[in-house]
Design a protein around this ligand. Structure first.
Ligand code: PLP
Length: 456
């Protein structure tokens, strides 16, 4: 069915009047002829209500790993929906039991006890509760502090929103701050804040900073360290190889649980099924969301090492933590089909190979464009940091409106992008081809030429 433009306009007006869109101001959107209303999708492309086709370079907040328009996932969900649409956790259902076993099979080490929830924030809230409750059960009730890194993102619910922190997500509306959160530096070698000059020094110093924080606060007060294997808000920050093994070793030394937030990195995004496999590190708790179901439905989980989960066995040790929609069987059926597609089509390998090609092409842009300060990332989790001066790494004056202007240019080229200040983030579906990468890079090239021409 083709939607006519008047229908599209009516939808736009309804959205502006009634919908509270995330992180957007509806008055400004009205002035700019937004919101865009997306109607359909296939592969890496989506089509809006006016019939215009777009490449989703953002991959639906880096979540649509299997790509748009997978009818098999829809069919699996439909079959489950008509067979049994829901039954509460406390019992379980066929697809949820199968999904738990599948996640235990594909995650590394002894990660094998799956606590299902519906989104990344819930998964991280769950991981923090498990960490605190674990220490209480093993006789260390004073351990409640959680160390996270500045420039990380772990979600927006009332607890985890205080982890990480980035200038793009101000938090002051929601004070007072959640108690017990301690911030460590991010191993971002391009903008090192820990004194390390080279990527390797930066990684070592940032890991040592975590050890110093544990000692400063007293190990007997620290429950967990939480981190994304590759941090997203500062633009696909891949730490040097020393970092993750050191974090594992430090956490073991002080009896602190290591939580890996694989909400974006998991399910092939970085060219391995799970990003910590790049460093052969197994966390105590891994949180997953997004790619587990390619956002066909809400599904997420905290996946816990057997040794940690076993502490919760026995009637008196139960973790009191429940969500009505968690482990939804329709979402579980969709997740199983999604993982089957990722495996059968070797999308993890495609992410590694096409991701490497994509990064190479982006690095090529630096030759012609002085605005390109840094290109980083791994697999299909990539970022370009733009600067006004390569030597000083200075950003842009706010009144130059660089992100807004670039976004307009990308839109004219048919690209959906996510730009954080001066960082272009890329996380397209993992089924992307080299030809589609060429289209994106060509469009970025043209947009940068235009911008540089305007800036003189
Ligand atoms: N963790 C990471 C690394 C994320 O990128 C996100 C969301 O983008 C979350 C957690 C929160 O997930 P959700 O938006 O599903 O609550």
């Amino acid at each position: 069915m083709t939607t006519t433009i008047p229908d599209s306009e009516a939808l736009r007006r309804a959205s502006l009047r009634y919908l509270w869109m995330h992180n957007r101001d509806w008055t400004q959107m009205a002035e700019e002829g937004e919101p865009q209303i997306i109607e359909s999708g296939h592969g890496v492309r989506v089509t809006d209500s006016e019939g215009k086709s777009w490449i989703d370079v953002n991959g639906g907040y880096n979540s649509v790993n299997a790509g748009y328009g997978r009818t098999e996932i829809g069919e699996a969900a439909y079959e489950q929906m008509v067979n049994l649409h829901y039954f509460p956790q406390g019992t379980t259902t066929v697809p949820m039991a199968k999904l738990a076993a599948k996640l235990a099979e594909i995650t590394p080490g002894t990660l094998s006890r799956v606590f299902p929830v519906s989104g990344g924030s819930e998964a991280n809230e769950t991981a923090l509760k498990i960490a605190r409750a674990y220490h209480k059960r093993i006789g260390e009730p004073g351990r409640y502090k959680v160390i996270s890194r500045v420039g990380s993102y772990h979600g927006m619910t009332a607890g985890v929103l205080w982890l990480g922190g980035s200038p793009y997500q101000p938090r002051h509306d929601y004070e007072p701050i959640y108690p017990g959160i301690v911030h460590a530096p991010q191993p971002n070698a391009y903008r090192s804040t820990c004194g390390g000059e080279t990527p390797s020094e930066c990684a070592v110093k940032c890991a040592e900073a975590i050890e110093r924080l544990i000692e400063f606060h007293g190990p007997q007060t620290v429950a967990a360290v939480i981190a994304e294997p590759v941090a997203i808000p500062q633009g696909a920050v891949v730490p040097s190889d020393e970092y993750w093994p050191m974090l594992r070793q430090i956490c073991d030394k002080y009896g602190v649980l290591l939580i890996a937030d694989e909400v974006i990195c998991g399910f092939g995004r970085t060219g391995k099924m799970f990003a910590l496999e790049h460093w052969d590190v197994v966390p105590d708790i891994m949180t997953v969301a997004k790619g587990v179901v390619s956002s066909y439905l809400p599904m997420a989980a905290a996946i816990v090492k057997e040794e940690v989960a076993d502490v919760f066995a026995g009637e008196r040790n139960i973790l009191r933590h429940v969500f009505t929609a968690a482990g939804h069987p329709v979402a579980a059926a969709a997740s199983l089909k999604n993982i089957e597609i990722i495996e059968n089509e070797d999308l993890v390998e495609n992410s590694a190979q096409v991701g490497a090609y994509f990064k190479e092409q982006l690095e090529g842009l630096a030759i012609d464009h002085p605005l390109v300060g840094d290109v980083r990332g791994i697999g299909l989790l990539l970022a370009v940091e733009l600067v006004s001066d390569r030597d000083t790494k200075a950003g842009f004056a706010a009144d130059a409106r660089v992100p807004e202007r670039l976004n307009d240019k990308f839109k004219r080229q048919g690209l959906i992008f996510r730009i954080n200040s001066n960082i272009l983030n890329m996380g397209p579906p993992l089924c992307i081809t080299k030809e589609e990468v060429d289209e994106i890079v060509h469009a970025i090239d043209i947009s940068l030429w235009e911008l540089e021409g305007e800036m003189g």
